[in-house]
Design a protein around this ligand. Structure first.
Ligand code: TAP
Length: 452
């Protein structure tokens, strides 16, 4: 079977790719299981060299990978280049890991007690369509560095860069079977990762509902699981903040990648004393946000991923109080303008649910306590920002907001050397940084007797 791959900027078919069934998925998993003993036995320095070589090959193909993502996912060319570069950087970062997976020596009587960080075996990685390259890399790179073999399922809508990365891995000398791309449906390929006993860990990024079903499925074999799920992050602006800077950055913090970003700061909380002033600053920043053909170097936002997703996003705007909107191209493709909605209450659907589109909901708050209460009034806890010049308040609010990552006077979310992941229903486990690596290992404790 094959699946057509669509260019979301035009609605035209780009190409078609294989959509694998259960037997083919099982064959890939079994190849990965056979490749595992040799891969885990590769000397740490040699595994490090292979990962660095893979990074160099990715670096030689940044433009090609970026161009594929512009056409397949509608990402702006600027973002797509950053994303391909992120895979390279993550490879170089974790290339330092094989030689640093250092266990402990624990004092005991009568012998020697040491710990080892053992690889798990085959790791199954399920990737969504919103950031196909980085999210793939955040999973497969630390998994390989720790000595596991990987089967990776890209989203059906956006398989092209993952398939290319699989080819580049072979070109770089990663042995056959160690890193395989398994394109196909989540309900077939992804489910097989959950049920096949040779897969020892599943890393899933996507919707909270599917994440819950994967976690439930993994329970049957007590399979390890990492989940990166949805978000409904708050952007909290206090009256004492640099309002110009906060307003200038707010559109990018939610409309980047057309809002199809689990870290999107899609709930804007503004202190009531500066609410009108802040919206007046925000309006020109939104109306000048450049929604263009994503291959145009000036584009800040491209189309949504699919016609169906555009309908879903539109359903949140229908009947809501629109404060103001930007513009988007007419014609073919799944375009949607950046849109700012005024929340009537915290019960509004667009305030509560993850829209995953270029839609920002705004609500005023009275004081610090009110801001914290509103920020935490959600099942999610992934990301967020707060803007204030008061250092004490920055620390108090940072500690009180239930979220895995928070930026003060900034909208940045992700650095590959710092941990990323969610609290509450936004996820389980951490990606990136030193913490992620140990999630691809089990600790083994060995006692060696001295004799008697
Ligand atoms: P999901 O349906 O969760 O898909 C994410 C990945 O999981 C895809 O590769 C998908 O495969 C696979 N999958 C689907 N059902 C599965 C199953 N039963 N077992 C194993 N794997 C399965 O997300 P979506 O449909 O792409 O997007 C829906 C909503 O999820 C979005 O609107 C957004 O709210 C949220 N979302 C969040 C994120 C992040 S980063 N947190 C990313 C994407 C989406 P297919 O290729 O067959 O779909």
């Amino acid at each position: 079977m094959t699946t057509d791959v669509i260019n979301p900027s035009t609605g035209q078919v780009l190409t078609s790719v294989p959509s694998l069934g259960v037997a083919e998925t099982d064959a890939a998993i079994e190849r990965a299981a056979r490749a595992f003993p040799d891969w885990r036995a590769v000397a740490p320095g040699d595994r490090a060299r292979l990962l660095r070589r893979f990074a160099a090959v990715v670096d030689e193909h940044i433009d090609e990978l970026a161009d594929l993502e512009v056409r397949n996912a509608g990402h702006t060319i600027g973002n797509a280049r950053w994303e391909a570069g992120n895979v390279r950087d993550v490879l170089n970062y974790y290339a330092g890991a094989p030689e640093r997976l250092i266990g402990k020596q624990i004092p005991v009587a009568g012998g020697l007690d040491v710990t080892f960080h053992e690889p798990l075996g085959v790791v199954g990685i399920i990737v969504p369509w919103n950031f196909p390259m980085p999210i793939a890399g955040w999973g497969f790179v630390p998994a390989l560095a720790a000595g596991n073999t990987v089967v990776l399922k890209p989203a059906e809508l956006t398989p092209l860069t993952a398939i290319r990365l699989g080819e580049l891995a072979l070109e770089a000398g990663i042995p056959e079977g160690v890193f395989q791309i398994v394109p196909g449906k989540g309900s077939i390929v992804g489910q097989r990762f959950v049920t096949h006993p040779a897969v020892r860990k599943v890393c899933f990024t996507g919707s909270t509902d599917v994440g819950k079903s994967i976690m439930a499925g993994c329970a049957d074999q007590v399979k390890r699981v990492t989940l990166e799920l949805g978000g409904k992050s708050a952007n909290i602006v206090f009256a004492d903040a640099d309002l110009e800077k906060a307003a200038a950055g707010a559109p990018g913090s939610v409309f980047d990648n057309a809002g199809q970003d689990c870290c999107a700061r899609s709930r804007l909380l503004v202190q009531e004393s500066v609410y009108d002033k802040f919206l007046a600053l925000l309006e020109p920043a939104v109306s000048s946000f450049r929604v263009l053909d994503p291959s145009d170097a000036a584009a800040e936002m491209g189309p949504l991923i699919s016609a169906g997703h555009r309908e879903t996003v539109a359903s949140y705007v229908d009947g809501a109080d629109v404060a103001f909107r930007g513009s988007a191209p007419d014609g073919d493709g799944w375009w949607f303008p950046p849109t700012v909605l005024l929340a009537r209450s915290t019960d509004d659907r667009h305030w509560r649910e993850e829209v995953f589109g270029p839609v920002l909901s705004v609500l005023p708050f009275s004081d610090e306590e009110d801001a914290i209460r509103l920020a935490n009034d959600t099942e999610y806890g992934l990301s967020g920002s707060l803007w204030t010049r008061d250092l004490g308040r920055a620390l108090r609010v940072s500690r009180a907001v239930e979220t895995g990552a928070l930026s003060v006077n900034s909208h940045s979310s992700v650095r590959y050397w710092t941990p990323f992941g969610g609290m509450k229903q936004s996820g389980l486990g951490r990606e990136l940084g030193p913490d992620a690596l140990l999630g691809f290992t089990d600790v083994k404790n060995v006692f060696i007797s001295m004799g008697d």
